[in-house]
Write a protein that binds this ligand. Sequence first.
Ligand code: BGC
Length: 749
Amino acid sequence: MISSHAAPLALAAAVLVAPACAPAAGHGGGGATPRRPPAAAVDRRIDSLLSAMTLEEKLGQLNLLSVEGDTVTAEQADLIRKGAVGGLLNLTGADATRRVQRLAVDQSRLKIPLIFGYDVIHGYRTTFPIPLAEANAWDPETIEATARVAAHEAAAAGVHWTYAPMVDIARDPRWGRIAEGSGEDPYLGAVLAAARVRGFQGADLKAPDAVLATAKHFAAYAGAEGGRDYNTVDISERTLRDVYLPPFRAAVDAGVGSIMTSFNEIAGVPSTGNRWLVTTLLRGEWGFAGFVVSDWTGIAELQAHGVAASRADAGRLALAAGVDMDMQSRSYLEDLPALVRRGLISPAVVDAAVRRVLSAKARLGLFDDPDHGATPERERATLLAPAHRQLARQIAREAIVLLKNDRNVLPLSPSVRTLAVIGPLADAKRESLGPWQAQGRAEDVVTALEGIRQRVSPGTTLLYAKGGDIAGADTAAFADAVRLARQADIAVLVLGEAAEMSGEAASRSTLGLPGVQQRLLEAVHATGTPVVLVLMNGRPLALEWAADHVPAMLEAWFLGIETGHALADVLFGDVAPSGKLPVTIPRSVGQVPTYYDHKNTGRPPSLADKYTSKYLDASWTPLFPFGHGLSYTTFAYGDLRLSAASITPAETLRVSVTVRNTGTREGTEVAQLYLRDEVASVTRPVRELRGFRRVSLRPGEARTIEFVVSPAELAFYGLDLKPVIEPGTFRVFVGGSSVGGLEAGFAVR
Ligand code: BGC
């Protein structure tokens, strides 16, 4: 028996539980230690610094500026010498950071080191799959390891602080930043948030391979109207707590060092000026002891939001809300001194923010080693180390999802006679890195075409046609693609989005293949040569035609530098696909938002009854459901057993199930456990993920796995928005996706 990833929050009482469904235990990340206030000695050091600082020096610590290129401007250097800068972002490289750090530690009055921040989103130089792709692995251990490697490389290159993990739960694929997170589910999102925080920060932030993590964007940034980036969010506190907050809570419980506020408003209150969110909830209710940073010019933008009449007013609002660091607005540095002197801001509020920033620097050990161990030699030895590449290949393989595989078109035989590889993404090095490339380099990428070329037998004729551009309108290159497809036994089409079509400021109003790629797909399909469609994209694409016509589809998202090796491993069956979707794939943009843990409504959809919740012109089912993913073998679930028919709210339920490999090849299945609270004082989703487990099985092999459902996993926010477990009946579903599965029931008495 092995236990599951189920295991959530600590219980405050039998029936009243700690808020937010933040599964974390079992991965060793939760607990009180990371939230402990800094040791007394550190406090004393900070006290003495605070008593020595001028008001300008204090506000300087709260000032975070971006660097363009490999060094600071003369004006920035001057500010650093004056003690008017607390940190810099976008300055990287051991050499560059060491040089600039000297300005602070040798030439400023109080010699307080700078903190260097950078967006290390899915790797520093070794580019791993985009976070959304990594989430398909449902493998917190490996994801923790990729964050560890990213930290290792970034820290060696002088970075102290990453603006990751991005833990926004995203249910609208039009929103390009869905690529940066873990998908639609709060439970999976929470498990992976904690894993990434542990990976980035390691056991000790002082270690030269650790970076301080940032959970962002707090909060509900993905709830933007119409999927338009930066747009308005209007959700209930219940939805905020049920859906958007659990990954943040898990990050806090895992000891995350900082939190970044989001650009958006929630119900009229922009996050960067939201005292309830940042102070009452985050610091008060959750006990977060780290520091809070605004997003890029997020403070100044309070003016455009219309809640501040001037930049000074915006700075005052943000500081009062509890935002400690001002990224790029310069309001704290330039506006706040006058406001403090006029008595409009209490000096104690400034001190509290400064203390939090200095504590983070102390946690990183910057007062003792302002370079945090970064040297050019270490940097050279660390970046793109062979073991890092290997890990990139492993996670990339795990991230690939086999969406469909009619007639077992896949795996391909390496000795296939003639193979055509077609499509604008087949040999696109830079695109394969995906959005947020950090220091990733095109030259490091093994493309799909290259990976396939390395893997096929010497006797195979490999044909390649680009077939056109990713987003172009020109169909001139189709003829060549069609001609090669006709000559081939199999055509592998690599289609999808350009890297820059997802990530920040990259919302789309349609979810099809950009440009003329759909027509290219149809033209190649019309040759009659069997098509394997490999998708590279930063968001779910609504490809109903492909799902209806193409026999085999692989969702690869953006897999990073090992794209081609990982794809070839899976295409030729050296590794069986094991990825499972962390997000629902809709049939059309009109179905958006669509997600598996929806409410039942008073009129659930039914074909038999017109007056039910559905469209006239589309099915209510998705194209591919959350949790879906096939392998080259098949799995059967049996023998679902519950440790009790009823439990008290304080008791734990054990759920065991036997998973059998019923095919002829070895494979890995991600077994998933879902719960449904059948009747409660507030409506509950039709099912919610509460546990998962990767199980590798040889042909014919069976294994019994156990999920532990703890009381907190039965809890929800009651009518009074307090966590509660109510007596009543629950359904349990266990299977290989969010649809179907074995079922059982139990009661809470
Ligand atoms: C993004 C953040 C990012 C910051 C710094 C902003 O535009 O929203 O996610 O961390 O820039 O690069």
